[in-house]
Design a protein around this ligand. Structure first.
Ligand code: ADP
Ligand code: MG
Length: 294
């Protein structure tokens, strides 16, 4: 998929402001951004459910506006606010979606439902919210789509289902499918995505591999020593961008950008007795990326 300078205005609201992205085939691509940053709008434009104010999106080499029918045949979509017909069973719903997508031939939805523990035979109205979303996932994953749009796919799902979900996404990509995931939670996509783009206020703030992005983030390590250690001694350690003494005089707090290797090497000479590292949380990650990129 190639997104070129897509802009979308809703009245005075600039939902997307010149977004360009390239999503290679066979890639699991994660779009991360806080609520209201334009993720759903971008997906809806890609599927031609919404028209852009300016810009184009091509999917599998086809212009998504002019070749909408073909695009939808090869594409599946799990909306973030999934609303399912309450009276149909999962099986009936999945078959209906397949008909709408105009896909034929054998389907793998029974196997998918088993792996996700989705109940295909009860009316959807009787299922819990999490189990309804599983029906949506089975539907999106079945019939081997070449491109999948999954909007906040595992919101409200338990960790075991999330794990199965990641495996299914990986398998789809291994078969050559392109998977486009959106989330406001970094954790939901960082373990499965090959590439990530961060969107904020309708603009792409940064894009890269998960490793590239996390290596740009500042991480914090709290180190306890047996005795007082002067923070000044670490000011020239590579990748250490900040060091501060804690209220407890035997503790130092380090801010590290990139690998923490040089810090650990330097620390070894000072006999640290405990190290506590915190993964950067999403809020920090956004603030950090926003500061450095704009
Ligand atoms: P996200 O999916 O990242 O939470 P959205 O794409 O839903 O963000 O929304 C981006 C912005 O566009 C928000 O400010 C939202 O309020 C606005 N917006 C989205 N859809 C509409 C609409 N149909 N009418 C007016 N404003 C909208
Ligand atoms: Mg959304």
């Amino acid at each position: 998929m190639v997104v070129e300078s897509v802009t979308k205005k809703f009245g005075a609201t600039m939902a997307l402001d010149g977004v360009s992205l390239e999503v290679p085939a066979g890639c699991v691509f994660g779009l991360i951004g806080p609520n209201g940053s334009g993720k759903t709008t971008l997906i809806r434009i890609a599927l031609d459910l919404l028209r852009p104010t300016a810009g184009t999106i091509s999917i599998l080499g086809l212009d998504s506006r002019r070749r909408g029918v073909e695009v939808r045949t090869h594409t599946s979509y799990l909306p973030g606010n999934l609303v399912l017909p309450r009276k149909l069973t999962g099986r009936q719903y999945i078959n209906d979606v397949a008909r709408l997508r105009r896909v034929h031939g054998p389907s793998d939805h029974v196997e998918l439902a088993e792996r996700l523990h989705a109940d295909l035979d009860r009316p959807i109205g009787q299922l819990s919210l999490g189990n309804r979303r599983k029906i949506g996932l089975v539907s999106a994953l079945s019939h081997g789509p070449r491109l999948l749009f999954l909007d906040e796919p595992t919101a409200g799902m338990d960790p075991l289902v999330q794990q199965t979900f990641r495996r299914l996404v990986r398998e789809a990509a291994d078969r050559g499918a392109t998977v486009f995931l959106s989330s406001h939670v970094l954790d939901e996509v960082q373990h499965v995505a090959d590439r990530i783009a961060v969107v904020r206020g309708g603009r792409i703030v940064t894009t890269g591999t998960v490793d590239e992005l996390t290596s740009q983030l500042t991480r914090t390590f709290r180190v306890s020593f047996d005795n007082y250690v002067d923070p000044m001694l670490f000011e020239t350690t590579p990748n250490v961008v900040g060091v501060a003494a804690e209220t407890n005089p035997h503790d130092l707090v380090f801010n590290v950008r990139g690998t923490a290797g040089p810090l650990f090497e330097r620390l070894a000479g000072f006999h640290p007795c405990d190290v506590h590292g915190a993964e950067p949380d999403l809020e920090d990650a956004f603030l950090d990326l926003y500061r450095t990129r704009t």
